[in-house]
Design a protein around this ligand. Structure first.
Ligand SMILES: Nc1ncnc2c1ncn2[C@@H]1O[C@H](COP(=O)(O)OP(=O)(O)OP(=O)(O)O)[C@@H](O)[C@H]1O
Length: 250
């Protein structure tokens, strides 16, 4: 569904992506892994048109949406293609209620009454805290609850492609388990997802495919199960210590 071919991105004077090649197949969850500073967030931002690809191509369903030589789509135009982005910063409005935050993410509804009720009930089932704190200011939610709200915003309307940046960051193990359960439920709807993670246990639990980045390039791509089965490869690509407490907690 989504293809990156030799994508380079410059941020000001800095050359950050050095020819990213990546395939995100429809209906699957692709994990994007890699050490700090490998270029994962820059890749998501380039797909969303928040940074311009200076070379190469980004294709959505075969249509080029970014890169020189095409009329690159703007970020709102990419969002109109039913692509949603949940940034690491979550983009939540602290002073607004949970309900108002969700309403702002709705393209079709102008008031709470106009929200799609069955879909809202589905989201409440996935993220019960949203129902509980419906009229509370979002700033009062815990870190994990804010993360759930950020993901729920992206899921409020059906999307073809979700880009999610490190949703487990800073969450307690119990919250991580809730998050994994919610994302598993989302996966069962065949939504195509590209998920950035640092937590290998989360990656292992959710990933169908995996791409590993290093120094602005994809250095490994394949089935997640293959990487899970190969500890040497994990060590080489990610320097992982698989006996970590977080890993055991899932
Ligand atoms: N606005 C910016 N200006 C200059 N350099 C930047 C900017 N944003 C990111 N970079 C640099 O680009 C490189 C890749 O950053 P990026 O955030 O994409 O990595 P990442 O893999 O998502 O890392 P992390 O896991 O730490 O979030 C880093 O060296 C970072 O310092």
């Amino acid at each position: 569904m989504l293809s990156l071919r030799g994508v380079h991105t410059h941020i000001g004077a800095y050359h950050i992506l050095h020819g990213v090649d990546m395939e995100v197949p429809a209906g699957q969850l692709t994990m994007l892994l890699g050490r700090n500073g490998a270029g994962k967030t820059t890749t998501l931002r380039t797909i969303m048109g928040l940074w311009q690809a200076s070379r190469g191509q980004v294709l959505l369903d075969g249509r080029q949406i970014a890169g020189p030589g095409c009329a690159a789509l703007s970020t709102p135009e990419i969002a109109q293609q039913e692509v949603a982005y949940v940034p690491e910063s979550m983009g939540i409005f602290s002073e607004l209620s949970v309900a108002e935050n969700l309403l702002l993410a709705a393209r079709r509804a102008r008031s709470l009454k106009e929200l799609d009720t069955p879909r809202l009930e589905w989201l409440f089932g996935l993220f019960p805290a949203l129902k509980k704190f419906w009229l509370y200011p979002a700033g009062k939610l815990s870190g994990g609850q804010k993360q759930m709200l950020a993901i729920a915003r992206a899921m409020l309307e059906p999307r073809r492609l979700l880009l999610i940046d490190e949703p487990s960051k800073g969450l307690a193990p119990a919250m991580v388990r809730n998050l994994v359960a919610a994302l598993q439920e989302l996966k069962s709807t065949q939504t195509t997802i590209l998920l950035v993670e640092q937590n290998f246990a989360v990656a292992k639990a959710l990933g169908d495919r995996v791409a590993v980045m290093d120094d602005g390039r994809v250095v490994h791509a394949g089935a997640m199960a293959e990487l899970v089965a190969d500890e040497r490869l994990q060590q080489r690509l990610l320097g992982l210590n698989l006996d970590s407490a977080v890993d055991r907690s899932l």
